[in-house]
Design a protein around this ligand. Sequence first.
Ligand code: HEC
Length: 143
Amino acid sequence: MKTTKILIGFTFTVLLYISLVSFVNNSKTEYVPLQQKKWIAPASADSKINPLKGDAKSIASGKRMFKMVCAVCHGMKGKGDGVGGAGLNPKPANLTSEAVQSQSDGAIYWKIEQGRGSMPNYKTSLKEKNKWQIINYLRTLKK
Ligand code: HEC
């Protein structure tokens, strides 16, 4: 009887120790990599096609929207140097860069919808049409 009690007590202590150690490890590993991982849209996002023509009218609307909503972080020219983004980690992306411009319209659309970290999501706060207009404007920022 006594040995059973000791065994149960021992097993309990070991289990407690294991869960404590894995809890501490988990909270460590979960925190760091999220900020450092490259942000990649799923392949399925590429198949979403931009329904708008990138004509002058849609670009002008996109520019207006971008300046109102995105420029505070991404900067007036999209270089990632807006005042609102200065203290963020990671910093707002440079939207004129090859890394961003090489992505499909669908992938960029997906990121605007999803957001990540301090990048807000615009699933409901921007109309679908406005998001495509913004993307058409972003294409004019390509270096
Ligand atoms: C509050 C600041 C903030 C605002 C406002 C904001 N963004 Fe961002 N954006 C960020 C940050 C920070 C990142 C980097 C996120 C990351 O990598 O985890 C980012 C990333 C992005 C990316 C992904 C770039 C890449 O790495 O592929 C796109 C595209 C983007 N933003 C577009 C926009 C558009 C368009 C708007 C306006 C509708 C906008 N953002 C508004 C902060 C912001």
